[in-house]
Design a protein. Structure first.
Length: 314
């Protein structure tokens, strides 16, 4: 599926608020369809596994699914699989070809604990959902949360490795979802903005808004993130019962407001970076779009996960 640049710009110029509402309604319909599939699978398992690459909007999508399911009377718990990271041991941690710790590797997750958690939840037993402290790079089970699923309850576990063989593969009865920004933007047949560029834009804008100095690092490390996706995430998307396209037609026009700081950060990225040329093409592509004021983005929009000011608590 591809969006058309001319249509996007025309709708922005005609009535930007109406255009945003139209796009959000379209995304909500995708979530309603996913909720239908989740409810259909409850007879097999109360566990839902939501995967997708970095910047796909997994967290907001999981919260929106929780909201939709609870509207239908299904008590829902959303759990980040980041809490199932093992305490980092630098001497045994997986490494990239460059020798750095491979933070994209599924080997950093406690697969056995996840397996045990899914089994116990399916049996209606109590589990402790652990708490991972990123500042100390360690799991603190003493800060964990007790969880037990009753008859009309489900748990959505969201994380980049949720569909991995050692997670979903051990529990084929679970309902599985894969989410990513999958739609390119074209002008006629000419490609103007890749779907994957939406994800790096989301990450970069989030870093700019909330982390400031991390923007250069975000762009510099994009090649390693993409390498990890191709190795650890994309091969398992065929396992998904439902694939959700998280792209919004209005997001690139919103991100166009951040083109200047992105361009400044890009000037500090090393020319030998594997994604150097692609990153320059990405930043240059914003010129094709009529910008949308970020203030017009609704508080419950998926995009608020990246630009801030949203109504969801992460």
């Amino acid at each position: 599926m591809a969006y058309q640049l001319t249509e996007i710009n025309q709708k922005i110029q005609a009535d930007p608020k109406a255009f945003l509402a139209e796009c959000d309604t379209s995304y909500q319909k995708r979530l309603e369809d996913a909720a239908d599939r989740i409810i259909a699978g409850m007879a097999e398992s109360p566990v839902v596994l939501l995967s997708g690459p970095s910047g796909s909007g997994k967290t907001t999508t999981a919260l929106k699914l929780e909201q939709e399911l609870e509207r239908r009377g299904i008590n829902t718990h959303t759990i980040s699989m980041d809490n199932y990271f093992k305490t980092l041991n630098r001497s045994t941690a997986p490494r990239t070809p460059e020798g750095d710790i491979d933070y994209e590797s599924p080997l950093l997750l406690d697969m056995d604990l996840l397996d045990d958690t899914f089994t116990k939840l399916s049996r209606g037993e109590w589990v402790v959902v652990p708490k991972f402290e990123f500042a100390r790079q360690m799991r603190n089970d003493s800060r964990g949360t007790l969880l037990k699923l009753d008859k009309n309850e489900i748990a959505i576990f969201e994380g980049i490795h949720a569909l991995n063989d050692d997670i979903a593969g051990r529990h084929p009865e679970a309902t599985t979802l894969y989410i990513s920004a999958r739609s390119d933007i074209r002008e006629g047949e000419d490609l103007r903005f890749k779907g994957t560029w939406m994800r790096i834009s989301r990450r970069a804008v989030r870093d700019y808004n909330f982390r400031g100095t991390d923007l250069v690092e975000t762009l510099s490390m994009w090649y390693n993130v993409r390498r990890g996706e191709k190795r650890y995430i994309s091969p398992f998307k065929g396992r998904a019962d439902v694939i959700i396209d998280s792209s919004l037609r209005y997001e690139v026009p919103v991100f166009a407001n951040y083109a200047a700081p992105l361009r400044e950060a890009l000037d500090q990225v090393a020319p030998d970076n594997e994604r150097f040329q692609e990153l320059h093409e990405l930043v240059d592509a914003f010129r094709y779009f009529t910008p949308i004021d970020p203030a017009l983005v609704p508080a419950d929009s998926l995009l608020r996960e990246f630009i801030g000011g949203g109504s969801y608590h992460y």
